[in-house]
Design a protein around this ligand. Structure first.
Ligand code: NAP
Length: 522
């Protein structure tokens, strides 16, 4: 049976990521970089109940490639303003929850259309605000569009009659209703996609939101909130409260009117949120729901029978794409002893070809790390790594201005060494020698995380074994460990990598809803 939904809305399809090989795309990107640079220094206030509110305290967003460039600034919410935003979201919930799924989904479709129109501008903003290369920036915005398109369709799917077993003498139904006010707390690394994905999933399900962006990427969040209001999203549905996580984070998470927290970020902050949210505040009527996607320490296992060249390419791209600042980045290559020396030699040659520089230049592969604190902490890990293994490539800062680091490879690392266990979140790869495939699988599972993993092999038995034993939320074979596509690779990790929410998957919206069973005697 063809439903109304299937007749009117085409099936979801991933947005193609631009390679910029087409001169028209490259020209459009160059023009967008100029345009966005002209907007540097603009100020973006808080948005509470549709009102723009200026504060004396501000958050400045710097270009990590040229930290003297102020990409923009936002106001910074006080605790009182965070409370006002939660109150506004609670008021708006009363009417927003009554809108139909069709109406709510229409906002997401409209937002996706606007984003497509301004795609190069958003790409350019990501280049400047977080240091993404052109292709990485475009992949982030393509994913943002995908989330909007995907979750809109998902909301419509969940609004359809849900299957329940028929019982004589009764008419039974199950409907998904929203939760209430949600706190959306995204990271800076997928500053477009994760921020828009988390926000849109919450609102399309009928919830209202206080959005506290990462202090490193608040400008793109301000643009998105402006876009939502431009398309007529009712005031109070998304309230924008940039502010330091350490100042307003606890208040938001612990507030009795907040029904759920949707968080993506580090393990440390995620665990703190989980603990705080478990405490019942006076006046609170529910158990808060926490969706927390956290860190990773992801491995690529290279078996003795693997295509070594393909494995080298997969490892290099997974380790150094966006400077290794992806939760899915490969930070451990676990290589069978039989091919270890060949792998390390080829990896060194491959890494030597990586270009590091200003991501505003089209040819740059690796840009800067996000901020000075990241530069410092990653540099400290490199020093630790030099003692824990053999430095093969990189190991130093690159350039004088900006937060640039060389792609760094450290070989002969013990599986229990710090750089093999702790999330570094930068361009540092540990190469670990495994005695055989059994040993490699054990090493692969020896961290507290469980986000992504990949195995290079030509052996079906090893594939079958890894399907059972490689304990990660996203497992790949003979391909990189990064680059999950919405709908195709629902994303989320095990253990200390989080609550396995599977963003971009069919179960995701269930996290933002509760089911109501309605039975009527007939
Ligand atoms: P982060 O430092 O944990 O920050 C994430 C968000 O939490 C930011 O908005 C931050 O605000 C806020 N925050 C900080 N302290 C808080 C508190 N006490 N209460 C409430 N909110 C607080 O992480 P990040 O550096 O932005 O992102 C990198 C991390 O994210 C890595 O660990 C990476 O693996 C992980 N990540 C995971 C996934 C996944 O799907 N599993 C995806 C992407 C990234 P401020 O900026 O104001 O501090």
């Amino acid at each position: 049976m063809t439903t109304t939904l299937e007749r009117t809305i085409p099936p979801f399809k991933n947005e193609a990521v631009k390679s910029f090989g087409d001169p028209a795309d490259a020209a459009a990107m160059k023009a967008a970089l100029v345009l966005v640079r002209e907007r540097f220094g603009r100020h973006y206030p808080l948005v509470i109940d549709g009102e723009r509110i200026e504060t004396e305290k501000q958050i400045r967003s710097l270009n990590p490639a040229r930290p003297t460039d102020v990409v923009g600034s936002t106001s910074s919410a006080s605790k009182e303003q965070a409370e006002a935003a939660i109150a506004a979201a609670a008021r708006a919930f009363e009417s927003w929850k009554r809108r139909s799924a069709q109406e709510r989904a229409a906002f997401l479709f409209e937002a996706a259309a606007k984003l497509r129109e301004r795609r190069f501008e958003y790409d350019a903003l990501l280049v400047y605000e977080v240091g993404k290369s052109w292709v990485e920036a475009d992949a982030d915005i393509a994913e943002s569009i995908d989330f909007l398109e995907f979750y809109a369709r998902e909301a419509l799917r969940y609004a359809q009659p849900q299957p329940v077993v028929p019982i004589e003498g009764e008419r039974n139904e199950l409907v998904y209703i929203p939760l209430g006010v949600g706190a959306v707390i995204p990271p800076w690394n997928f500053a477009g996609a994760i921020m828009m994905g988390m926000t849109s999933a919450a609102i399309v399900s009928g919830n209202t939101v206080v959005l506290k962006p990462s202090s490193d990427s608040a400008i793109i969040a301000a643009w998105f909130v402006d876009l939502l209001h431009e398309i007529g999203l009712p005031k109070g549905v998304v309230n924008f409260i940039p502010g330091s996580g350490s100042v307003i984070g606890d208040l938001i998470v612990g507030h009795p009117q907040v029904r759920f927290i949707s968080f993506t970020g580090s393990k440390e902050v995620g665990l703190r949120i989980n603990e705080l949210a478990a405490k019942t505040a006076p006046g609170q009527k529910w158990i808060k729901r926490v969706v927390a996607e956290m860190g990773g320490k992801d491995s690529i296992v290279v078996a003795a029978d693997a295509n070594v060249d393909a494995a080298v390419e997969g490892v290099a791209v997974s380790a150094f794409g966006f400077q290794g600042q992806k939760c899915s980045a490969c930070s451990r290559a676990i290589v069978d002893a039989a091919i270890y020396d060949e792998f390390v030699a080829k990896l060194k040659d491959r890494v030597a070809k990586i270009t590091v520089g200003d991501p505003a230049d089209q040819g740059t592969y690796m840009g800067p790390v996000v901020n000075e604190a990241a530069l410092k902490s990653i540099s400290e890990y490199i020093e630790v790594g030099k003692k824990e293994g053999r430095l093969i490539s990189g190991g130093k800062r690159a350039g004088s201005e900006g937060y640039f680091l060389e792609p760094t490879v450290i070989a002969d690392v013990d599986p229990k060494a710090r750089i093999a266990q702790e999330e570094i979140f930068g361009p540092v790869l540990a190469v670990i020698k495994a005695k055989d495939f059994d040993d490699a699988m054990q090493i692969a599972n020896n961290t507290e995380f469980g986000l992504t993993g990949s195995l290079y092999t030509t052996d079906e038995q090893k594939i079958a074994r890894a399907k059972e034993d490689f304990f990660v939320g996203n497992l790949y074979f003979n391909r990189k460990s990064t680059g999950a596509f919405v709908g195709a690779h629902p994303f989320g990790g095990f253990n200390m990598s989080g609550t396995d929410s599977k963003a971009g998957g069919r179960e995701y919206l269930l996290l933002f809803t509760q089911a109501k069973t309605i039975s009527r005697k007939i």
